[in-house]
Design a binder for this molecule. Structure first.
Ligand code: GLP
Length: 243
């Protein structure tokens, strides 16, 4: 079941999404949380840091698993998702660094990276709450439009549109890695609860296609319609094409 909440602004969307997560963690301090990168969660992460600073939530027993990582980027590379998480969340809250997991971008044994990441999530008891942003083409994590839904953590070739979209964060388009590790659609769908956030007019048509269109691997996020517990938090611009 998909519940859609429309907030009046990006800041309000971020606050609502942070509330979903802090309420969850306060009820289950040992929660296993799936985290996302991108521009959209930045406001929510600011809110989580402020809630932590104001002693409204503690992450000390939380375990986190990020959705994805670029192949070939080291943790200290400024565009790696590990670096993003440290800068924008982990370094500012009380989460135990040993309990934060991001696929290892530098291990060249891709099968080992994927198998151990998937097994690590299973050993942790599975993901309780998974945060997702939406790519413009409907990708979640780095699961690009495809003919099938992928079951497990795997390596993907990034689409030209994703490389274009993410090149804004790199010095040049040629520096954007062509491949990435990502949890599979199956990995994401096995989370007990899913929280999706999207903002801005550029996401309006993919929000409509993902949650009101046919369920197809050509729009990876559309599979979320089959999940039993999804909350989508949008600002008014991202919600503007929903009937
Ligand atoms: C990247 C990430 C996704 C993210 C998407 C949208 O490709 N791998 O996890 O959801 O971008 O990013 P943004 O929030 O910047 O629009």
């Amino acid at each position: 079941m998909v519940e859609i909440i429309v907030a009046p602004s990006y800041d309000a969307m971020s606050r609502v999404a942070a509330d979903v997560m802090t309420t969850f963690i306060n009820e289950k301090p040992h929660a296993v949380i799936g985290l996302a990168t991108g521009t959209t969660p930045l406001g929510m992460y600011q809110q989580l840091i402020s809630d932590y600073t104001n002693k409204l939530v503690s992450f000390k027993d939380v375990r986190s698993y990020n959705l994805d990582e670029y192949c070939g980027l080291a943790p200290d590379h400024k565009q790696s998702y590990r670096y993003f998480m440290q800068q924008n969340l982990f370094d500012h809250i009380d989460i135990d660094p040993r309990n934060t997991f991001v696929p290892d971008g530098v291990n060249e044994n891709a099968d080992a990276v994927c198998d151990s990441y998937e097994q690590n999530i299973i050993d942790a008891g599975g993901i309780d709450l998974q945060l997702l942003g939406l790519g413009h083409n409907g990708h979640i994590g780095f699961n690009e439009p495809d003919d099938v839904f992928s079951p497990y953590t795997h390596v993907v070739n990034l689409s030209d549109s994703t490389i274009d979209a993410n090149s804004r964060l790199f010095a040049a388009r040629s520096e954007v890695p062509k491949r990435a590790y990502t949890m599979g659609i199956g990995t994401i769908m096995r989370a007990r609860e899913i929280l999706v956030i999207a903002s801005g007019p550029g996401k309006a048509s993919i929000v409509r296609d993902a949650f009101f269109g046919p369920i197809t691997p050509r729009v990876p996020a559309s599979v979320l319609q089959l999940h039993q517990n999804v909350t989508v938090v949008l600002d008014e611009e991202a919600a503007s094409l929903c009937e």
